[in-house]
Design a protein around this ligand. Sequence first.
Ligand code: PRP
Ligand code: URA
Length: 228
Amino acid sequence: MEKPKDIDKIVSPMKVNLSKNTHIYNEHALISAKVTVLRDVNTPSSTFRAVVEEITKLMAFDALSHLTLEETTITTPICNTVGDKIAGKKMVLVPIIRAGLAMEPAMKDVVPQARTGFCGIYRDEETLEPVPYYWKMPKDIENRSVFILDPMLATGGSINYTIKKLKSIGCKSIHVMSIIAAPQGVDLIQTFHPEVEMYIAHLDEGLNRYGYIVPGLGDAGDRIYGTK
Ligand code: PRP
Ligand code: URA
């Protein structure tokens, strides 16, 4: 498909009041520099995937800082001591297929014991409505902390669908990790799911008439997998 000439025009800029549960890293120097690499149309897929993983790990530093810990006794080469280990049931990562899959290995690197559930959704190009096609979650998910992974939060339709479906099966502790968000998507999730903690590397200006984030990075799935 030929690139429309006005693809970069914002038709709906928006200001959103951020809630205390929305964590944005626009001011973080390292994250900001890495987001710029993702935005660059000349960045190849291999670099794109590597940088998605790096940003995900940087955000994990904050997103996972409040995990409940329990004491564990260990022996160092010097003496016995009491340390911490992550308490409770193993957390569940829920990447939204396709693009969210690129964030999952980074989270598994830092929390190897996490389980993974899969949510397949694509966005209808005309209506921008989410079209679900796959759902496979670990058993007992309702008693676990859940982290939805999707690099792009645009209209918010895909993540809103995923949160609603997780709530409908009893999940109570739900978090979202995204790399780029439009104010429209942030506003939607804050309005309908105010208790959900969101971690977003960069809040952008708005959406263009095709529902793409501006300045954004284009279609994340295509950039990650080299499809068009
Ligand atoms: C992209 C992206 C999100 C969704 C965001 O997926 O990875 O899932 O769009 O848009 P929204 O906030 O307006 O719902 P896409 O539909 O391109 O599917 P794909 O990754 O399988 O190509
Ligand atoms: N999905 C993407 O991959 N990119 C956008 O800008 C919006 C939705």
